[in-house]
Design a binder for this molecule. Structure first.
Ligand code: FAD
Length: 317
């Protein structure tokens, strides 16, 4: 089912989550464990992230370094299919521009269509760790707007090879990312919103936000979007703080603010359990306020840690 239909059909606030494929060589059981812990809350959908290649260097006995390209977390499409058919829950693969030629994107979309996957989250992807700026494949997409065009083309039965006879149309519902605290490369919020609007005009159906810890960022963002004429659902992305180190790691990786009140409380904690308790308490307050505001769904970045998310959901639903 299309996610937008699911949202339209529900009067209550829904719950959803994002998971990461396991590291290469690990089994799918860790994913099932996370889902098993949270499935009593009826996830409306489960997003599965996509991780592009990384470069590693292997030192040979002669001192020479060999550069190797490897995908450390492959399996996004397989995991989506496994979730969909094991749990009958909508699984949504993240599809990125980085590392894909247009033809590889087309083939990935064909696979997803054959598997009965109805939704995709279209993203550009970050630069690879050894790159300063995002570089697309020579025949790949530069921005998510271009990727959306290709998905919409396939939804209209338009493939790269114009000579295919009677090609079938897909019917993907398309999600995109939104940034309540602005995307780190955008010169200002106005510019970021202009391109967010372009993603919707190209055919995106809903927005999932980057995580935030201060609801005011989300409320302001929704208002700015609505003022710009962006009318699609805006699903808030949420994460629970579980370690002290996240106070520095999360702002560095995700370009977000951690409110003073929250960081002060975390700093005071002496044990991991105390940190978890503060994170959960903050998460409960955030969720309650967001439900009161009327959000369609609470989307949790579980990152494989279901326990704290569960503690929040037990107090919310
Ligand atoms: P875009 O929408 O293409 O925007 C990128 C930047 O370019 C922005 O600053 C925007 O303002 C600007 N811009 C956009 N369009 C244009 C245009 N046409 N012309 C000029 N400027 C433009 N990354 C992964 O690698 N794998 C994942 O699974 C993943 N999942 C994510 C899930 C969510 C909910 C979020 C919020 C992010 C996720 N990311 C993931 C990270 C994401 O790929 C990065 O934040 C990336 O830097 C931007 O992706 P985007 O789709 O927002 O890019």
């Amino acid at each position: 089912m299309k996610l937008t239909e699911h949202l339209e059909n529900s009067k209550d606030t829904l719950f959803s989550m994002e998971i990461l494929p396991p590291l290469k060589g690990q089994g799918v059981e860790s994913i099932y464990k996370t889902i098993d812990e949270l499935k009593e809350f009826n996830p409306a959908f489960i997003d599965v992230t996509y991780h592009r290649e990384e470069y590693t260097f292997k030192k040979h006995p002669n001192g020479l370094l060999e550069k190797r390209s490897t995908k450390k977390r492959p399996g996004t499409v397989g995991i989506c299919a496994a979730i969909k058919y094991k749990y009958d829950i909508e699984a949504i693969p993240h599809l990125i521009c980085g590392g894909f030629t247009k033809e590889e994107t087309e083939n990935a979309l064909i696979d997803l269509n054959f598997l009965g996957i109805d939704n995709v989250l279209a993203l550009r992807g970050d630069p690879i760790k050894t790159e300063r700026a995002f570089t697309p494949e020579p025949d790949g997409h530069n921005y998510t707007t271009d990727l959306i065009k290709q998905i919409v083309d396939m939804n209209n039965g338009v493939y790269m090879d114009e000579e295919l006879s009677n090609p079938i149309s897909s019917d993907f519902c398309i999600g995109v990312a939104g940034y309540p605290e602005k995307h780190f490369e955008a010169p200002n919020m106005k510019s970021d919103l202009k391109y967010l609007k372009k993603k919707i005009e190209e055919g995106a159906d809903y927005i999932v936000t980057q995580m935030f810890f201060n609801n005011k960022h989300y409320f302001d963002f929704v208002k700015l979007c609505r003022d710009e004429g962006i009318t699609v659902p805006i699903i808030p992305g949420l994460k629970t703080i579980t370690t002290k180190s996240q106070l520095n790691v999360l702002p560095r990786f995700f370009h977000l603010e951690i409110p003073e009140e929250l960081s002060d409380e975390i700093e005071k904690c002496k044990t991991k359990e105390e940190v978890n308790a503060v994170g959960v308490e903050w998460g409960v307050q955030q969720a309650k306020e967001l439900i009161e505001f009327g959000v369609p769904c609470l989307h949790y970045y579980t990152m494989g840690r279901a326990k704290t998310t569960k503690k929040i959901l037990e107090q919310i639903f």
